[in-house]
Design a protein around this ligand. Sequence first.
Ligand code: ASP
Length: 587
Amino acid sequence: MLERRTHTAGELRATHAGADVIVQGWAQNVRDRGGVVFIVLRDRYGTVQVTLDERSPEAARETAKKVAQEYVLQVRGTVVERFKPNEDMATGAIEIVAKDLEILSSTKPLPFSVSAAQVDAHEETRLRYRFLDLRRAQLQHNLIARHKATHAARQAFDAMGFLEIETPILTKATPEGARDYLVPSRVHPGQWYALPQSPQLFKQLLMVSGFDRYYQIARCFRDEDLRADRQPEFTQIDLEVSFPTRDVIMEITERIVAAMWKAVLGVEVGEVQRIGFHEAIARFGLDAPDLRFGMEHVDLTEAFAASTFPPVAQALADGGIVKAFVVPGGAEASRKVIDGWTAFVRTYGLGGLMWGKLGDDGLSGPLGKALPEGMGPDAFAALVGASHGDLVLVGAGAASAVHPGLGRLRVAIAKERDMIPADTYVFCWVLDFPMFERDDDGNWQAMHHPFTSPIPEHIPWLGTDKMGEVLTNAYDIVCNGQEIGGGSIRIHSAEVQQKVFEALRIGPDEQQDRFGFLLEALAHGAPPHGGLAFGLDRCVSILTGADSLRDVIAFPKTTSAQCLLTDAPSSVPQADLDVLKVRSTVP
Ligand code: ASP
């Protein structure tokens, strides 16, 4: 018979000795030592040893013989101090001598071990049996950390006067640069809802309504080709503020980050540095720089202008750039390792990597040939900041290949060579983003989203040949080289919003059709406003050191957007489609 639990498996200590307790949980481990049965009972609070020996009634000892791993048990017993405490267990000072043992539930054979320190199953199997996978200590830890992070964020928001307000899931498209998930309307055949890519437009409307501090832990949906570490549905901590200066939003964001890091790791987040977008690209090649280690990039474009080495000369003739970074102590890197790095940068469109080692006989390696006339090895070493024993890596080509190629290589090498300090969290703000970038077809598109405000001085440049120079009041917050949040000051004037739409070649009809409600709202007394959204999954993966976003989401999807547990997506009966007046063209 199910009884009321008196204690959890994780909380019993020597001070409980003598107490009669009732605990419930899973048999993590069962050992029969010649008639004495030891069961390690687990619940989400921890584990405790249950012992059945001559002190236990015969019936309980008989039941114990039937218990197997992951059976669900109820134990009534007495807490007894152990002769030899088990230092590895939080409850190791005691054990429970069972007076009564009941099997509440048994299990089919397990597809993998829940308690093994190392996962012994393919991720596919783990995802198919996610309910078992989630019993593992690591995933329990991750989801508890996730709860702590969101709880701390909620408390911090509340303390700053924010209101938690929900926004619709069945809605109209909110462009964030991905494809929409669409849901057919039964009531309005031929018409479709879109799932929100973010609550962006609704939170702006809430500002127009006067709720001057909004937040939400919001689910977002983006149908895009999934890269290794992306999820089609994910969670944002989303916020918006009326009458903010950029600094106000940044301070609020820093307080939320500080609360989450403190709650989960007990870590104080120190000062958050600020870096301009162009500076970040110049120094690190990436707009989400990892500041935990050095190896900053050095621009050699001017210094190498006179180089006659074909890869350099060609790159410069084509309007490209030349950049370098120094791998400290890297001169001992083998040819094979350097070839691996060359292959790595090629995936970013760089033709190759020029390298040189600073040793006893100066600069060895292909780089020697690239030095422009008159520049000796010493001058070159001084220019890039290299010393004896270092390796210098140089890339020449289009900026769009050199920056990401060398930028990612810098991070890859730091990981490979163990240059990244453990348990260190370095945050920075990246500011002053360009408003527009060109897409693959050469058309301008919003770099953040089209509701981001250009800085006022640049508004006249919209639609002119200075589009590429228009700057925004957008900001990203980065931790350890990963963007964890991003936002902007918004456009709060219908006219400016229309100008931006026009600059993006969204004509008046399309503006009305897609964003008419926003333009109306902006024309009815919209306050200046701005905000930001954190990628919660990303934050939790950094907080827990998880290898994958899937490890911090209870029921994640695979990289091909499938839920292996429920088998979604799946086909539906024709009759269901008929009701929706939707016809499938897939045979
Ligand atoms: N809606 C934006 C995003 O999802 C965040 C923001 O601008 O607040 O990236």
